[in-house]
Design a protein around this ligand. Structure first.
Ligand SMILES: Nc1ncnc2c1ncn2[C@@H]1O[C@H](COP(=O)(O)OP(=O)(O)OP(=O)(O)O)[C@@H](O)[C@H]1O
Ligand SMILES: [Mg+2]
Length: 449
C-alpha cells in the first residue's frame, strides 16, 4: 500500500491524455476527483468522483476542489488545464507552479518575452491583436513567417506565410483559435525539429531525452511522427538539452514535467519554438518516458503535487520509441478492423483511432484532427521498423469518400503523410534520410474499393 493511499487529488481534465495520470493516481491508492466538460470523458471511468466542468473554468474547478477538500492538484498533457491547476493550487495553498508561471508556459507571447529578458537566442517575433498590427509585424519579421495563436495547442491555427497575400487568412485562422484573441507573427526558423522531454525536481530543470520529428507539409505544421531518442550527434543533443533547461529556468517552472520544442538550425544553433509546463501529449510523458529513461513521470508528478521532493534518476535504457500518427482520407469512417491484432504485436504499446465508426473526417490540418496513433518500442531502429510495419499491416479501415465510394485504407497508407515530407524539415524541404522508409515501402497498399 502506497504512503499516498486514501489521500485526495484533483486532476484537471479527464480526456484520453489524462487517463494515464488518473490511473497512476488510483494505482497509488489515491482518491481521484477528475474534471472535464464532457460528461462522457474517458477518465471519468477511472476516477473516484467526476465533476463536469470545463478545464479552463478556474472558479468552478476551485469550488469542486473545496467541496472535495483535495490535498493536491495536478494535470498533464494539455495546456488548457495548466493555468486552472495553478489557480486552484494557489487559492488553496497547495503546491503549484504559480499563476504567472502557468501564464508564461501557456501563452507564447509571454513565453518569448520571458526568454528575451533572460537573454536567450530567439527568432524575431511580434504580437498582433488586429490585422493592421499583423501587417506591421510582418514588415518587422519578414517573409516567410509563421502566424499562430498565442495560446492554443495541437498546431491549430498555425500557418506558414510565404507571401503578403497569405497574411490575412492566416491571421484570421490564428485569431479564431486564440482564447485570449492574441496572435504571434514570427520569423520562420529553418532546420530540424526536436522535442526535449524533462522534469523539474528538487535540483531544477533536467532534460531527459529528445525526439526527432516528422512534420506535415506546409502551410500546416503538425507532427506526423516522433522517434525517441532522436539520432542527433552528441553535441547537438547537448545544445538542445541546454536550450530546454535554460527556457524552463527562464519561465521559472518550480517543479513538474516539461516539454520543450526546439528548432535545430543547419549550423547546430538551437532556438525555442515553444515550451510547456506539462508532459508531452499523446502519452509520450506517461508511457514512453518510463521506457526511455526509467522514470515514472506520472508518479513523480503526483508526488511533487503533494509537496514531496523526489529526485529524477534517469537511466539509459537502450530502447527506442515511436509515436506515429495515423492518417485517413476525408470521408466517413465505416469500419475499423484489426485493432486487437495490432495491439498484440510485441513492442506495440498502444494503437487507436480517435474517431469512431460513423464519424465524418475532413482534411487534416492540425494535431487535433489526426485520427489515430501508434505507440511502439524496440531495442533498435530495425526492430522498431518491424514492430510498426506488423502493427500497420494488421489494420484496415473502410472510409466512404464524399462521392460515396468505399476505400479500404491500411498498411503504409495509414502513414502516407510522414513519407510525403520526411523528417524534421518541411520548411526548407531538404530531403533527409527516413530511417523508417524501408519498412513503409514493404507495407502493402490496400486495394481501393
Ligand atoms: N517560429 C517558427 N519557426 C519555424 N517553425 C515554427 C515556428 N513556430 C511554430 N513553428 C512550427 O509550427 C508548429 C506548431 O507551432 P507551435 O508548437 O508553436 O503550436 P502548437 O499549437 O503548440 O502546436 P503543437 O501542439 O502541435 O506543438 C511547430 O511545431 C513548428 O513546426
Ligand atoms: Mg508545439
Amino acid at each position: 500500500m502506497s504512503d499516498l493511499a486514501g489521500k485526495r487529488i484533483l486532476i484537471v481534465g479527464a480526456g484520453i491524455w489524462q487517463v494515464p495520470l488518473i490511473r497512476r493516481a488510483r494505482a497509488l491508492g489515491l482518491f481521484v476527483i477528475a474534471t472535464d466538460r464532457d460528461p462522457d470523458a474517458p477518465g471519468f471511468r477511472d476516477a473516484g468522483a467526476s465533476v463536469v466542468v470545463d478545464v479552463t473554468d478556474g472558479p468552478r474547478t476551485l469550488a469542486a476542489a473545496r467541496e472535495w477538500q483535495v490535498q493536491a492538484v495536478a494535470t498533464d498533457q494539455s495546456d488548457a488545464a495548466v493555468p486552472t491547476a495553478a489557480f486552484v493550487a494557489d487559492r488553496l495553498g497547495l503546491p503549484g507552479i504559480g499563476r504567472d508561471v502557468a501564464h508564461a508556459a501557456t501563452n507564447k507571447w509571454a513565453m518569448r518575452e520571458r526568454c528575451r529578458l533572460a537573454g536567450l537566442d530567439l527568432p524575431r517575433y511580434r504580437r498582433a491583436l488586429t490585422l493592421g498590427e499583423a501587417r506591421d509585424a510582418l514588415l518587422d519579421v519578414g517573409l516567410p513567417a509563421v502566424v499562430k495563436p498565442a495560446d492554443s495547442q495541437s498546431s491549430r491555427g498555425v500557418r506558414i506565410v510565404e507571401g503578403e497575400n497569405a497574411l490575412e487568412p492566416a491571421f484570421l485562422a490564428a485569431m479564431s483559435h486564440s482564447r485570449g484573441r492574441e496572435v504571434l507573427v514570427e520569423e520562420l526558423m529553418r532546420g530540424e525539429e526536436c522535442s526535449v522531454e524533462g522534469v523539474v525536481d528538487g535540483n531544477g530543470p533536467r532534460a531527459l531525452t529528445l525526439s526527432r520529428k516528422w512534420k506535415s507539409a506546409p502551410p500546416h505544421r503538425f507532427d506526423t511522427r516522433l522517434i525517441y531518442p532522436g539520432d542527433f550527434p552528441s553535441h547537438i543533443r547537448r545544445s538542445a538539452f541546454e536550450c530546454s533547461e535554460s527556457v524552463i529556468r527562464a519561465l521559472g517552472v518550480p517543479f513538474g514535467v516539461t516539454h520543450t520544442e526546439i528548432m535545430i538550425g543547419p549550423d547546430g544553433r538551437c532556438r525555442l519554438i515553444e515550451a510547456a509546463a506539462r508532459g508531452c501529449g499523446s502519452r509520450v510523458a506517461s508511457d514512453l518516458l518510463p521506457i526511455l529513461v526509467g522514470i515514472d513521470v506520472s508518479e513523480m508528478l503526483i508526488r511533487l503535487a503533494f509537496g514531496e521532493t523526489p529526485q529524477a534518476e534517469p537511466v539509459e535504457c537502450a530502447e527506442m520509441c515511436l509515436l506515429q500518427f495515423l492518417y485517413l482520407p476525408p470521408g466517413t469512417v465505416r469500419e475499423i478492423h484489426g485493432l486487437g491484432g495490432a495491439r498484440q504485436v510485441p513492442g506495440v504499446i498502444d494503437v487507436a483511432f480517435t474517431v469512431d465508426v460513423g464519424r465524418q473526417i475532413g482534411s487534416i490540418t492540425d494535431g487535433r484532427s489526426r485520427p489515430g496513433y501508434l505507440l511502439a518500442h524496440a531495442r533498435s531502429q530495425r526492430e522498431l521498423d518491424v514492430v510498426a510495419s506488423r502493427a500497420l499491416e494488421a489494420l484496415l479501415v473502410h472510409v466512404e469518400d464524399p462521392s460515396g465510394r468505399l476505400m479500404a485504407v491500411g498498411g503504409a497508407q495509414l502513414v502516407a503523410w510522414s513519407e510525403a515530407v520526411g523528417p524534421g524539415q518541411g520548411s526548407d524541404r531538404s530531403p533527409l534520410p527516413d530511417p523508417m522508409a524501408q519498412v513503409w515501402s514493404r507495407c502493402s497498399h490496400a486495394q481501393l474499393g
